[in-house]
Design a protein around this ligand. Structure first.
Ligand code: GDP
Ligand code: MG
Length: 180
């Protein structure tokens, strides 16, 4: 994260946001939907850590979010501290059709907490809302966990775009409020 004066054009903000959660919950697709409006049914994990930068305007200021996606390391429970370093925002994602991914949220929160030395704006995301007919985790359970842990909460679909932009923008605005 940085904030600096830059002649004439006012302040500039760059916020690092990480996306965490179990394998195959839709992390990569949430990011590609938000940053490029793309969805991939057969997305494969790539090698190495990747991020995408997306800008939004808040109070007439350009705010850039540098959003990091794991490269599939979560399968081996080996997301490194470099991934978390400097993060001021996080989306903790589970799949509403797979309870085990919801059960893992606590572990992801602990890992995030271990690696962060600052206030992190956190959003719990129940993804695959389009598969509501085979839902395995109720909205109430998601909401309740979010309340207990002090997280924002949203159900999303990277497939049909439901709430994807909203989820990222709430986090970005919260970070902005935390630092400005
Ligand atoms: P990651 O391992 O958490 O990065 O998950 P991916 O983004 O690679 O997605 C895993 C699988 O779930 C892929 O087959 C995606 O097409 C699928 N997927 C991701 N998001 C959604 C969603 O919102 N709805 C549905 N139905 N499938 C999704
Ligand atoms: Mg991925």
């Amino acid at each position: 994260m940085s904030s600096s004066d830059d002649e004439g054009s006012g302040e500039e903000y760059l916020f690092k946001i990480v996306i965490i959660g179990d394998s195959a919950v839709g992390k990569s697709n949430l990011l590609s939907r938000y940053a490029r409006n793309e969805f991939n049914m057969h997305s494969k994990a790539t090698i190495g850590v990747e991020f995408q930068t997306q800008s939004m305007d808040i109070d007439g200021k350009e705010v850039k979010a540098q959003i990091w996606d794991t490269a599939g390391q979560e399968r081996f429970r080996a997301v490194t501290s470099a991934y978390y370093r400097g993060a001021v925002g996080a989306l903790i994602v589970y799949d509403i059709t797979r309870r085990t991914t919801f059960d893992s949220v606590g572990r992801w929160l602990e890992e995030l907490n271990t690696h962060s030395d600052t206030t992190v704006a956190r959003m719990l995301v129940g993804n695959k809302y389009d598969l509501e007919n085979i839902r395995d985790v109720s909205v109430e359970e998601g909401k309740s966990l979010a309340e207990t842990e002090g997280l924002f909460f949203m159900e999303t679909s990277a497939l049909d775009s439901t709430n994807v932009k909203k989820a990222f923008e709430i986090v970005i605005k919260e970070i902005y409020n935390n630092v400005s």
